[in-house]
Design a protein around this ligand. Sequence first.
Ligand code: UDP
Length: 254
Amino acid sequence: MSRRKKIYEGKAKILYEGPEPGTLVQYFKDDATAYNAEKKAVIDGKGALNNRLSEFFMQGLTAIGVPNHFIRRLNMREQLIRQVEIIPLEVIVRNYAAGSICKRLGLEEGMHLPRPIIEFCYKDDALGDPLVSEEHIIAFGWASQQDLDDMVALALRVNDFLSGVMLAVGIRLVDFKIEIGRIWDGDFHRLIVADEISPDSCRLWDLETGRKLDKDVFRRDLGDLADAYTEVARRLGVLPKNGLGESPKPRLVN
Ligand code: UDP
């Protein structure tokens, strides 16, 4: 693995050169970070869970015709993806109030929003990923008006899909973040969903108890993060019954 060319290393994932042009290998680390990496930990099993969950969501999106970067899972921690030119924006979709919108607008956590609200943040760790308006995005050339319209349409389709999938297993999709990339074909490009979709980038609350099943468990010290992610994977039928142990212990047979 170390002989492969590393293209990029982020907080939770590493991208390596792929086997063919236009592909990358996405490796999911066990590292968890929050508050712009002020809080850090290694959570055993998180990488393998997010690899499986992102595979599950991306395959579901493919099945309903929402273009995305996923090609196939390679192993426990890695998947083959299409290389894209990432648009430097985090696209956030909110169905219920939580996190930064509560602080910003003084909303009560859990308030059902009148309609899904889309926000854009400029991806820049040094600036703390600030919220930006469509005016900023166009004026600074991060995306065109057509890209913006396409991003909104993609984000709403992802929201409908994810909300439905989660509702079916008793989980409320409170909000989530996606990243979107460009695929070039000559002078033309189209947009596809990239990065990952996992409990690291969603807020997921149990419908009945309100139990948090996402990265807020880590942010707010609410318990074991791997347990929460395992619960999401189990409900979605993504986990083998005996879990995701790296290698099952040998069993003595008579
Ligand atoms: N989010 C993310 N990465 C970020 C910022 C936010 O995945 O860098 C996700 C976060 O997990 C939540 C949604 O986007 O599901 C909205 O996050 P919010 O703006 O409330 O920020 P937070 O309170 O997490 O700082």
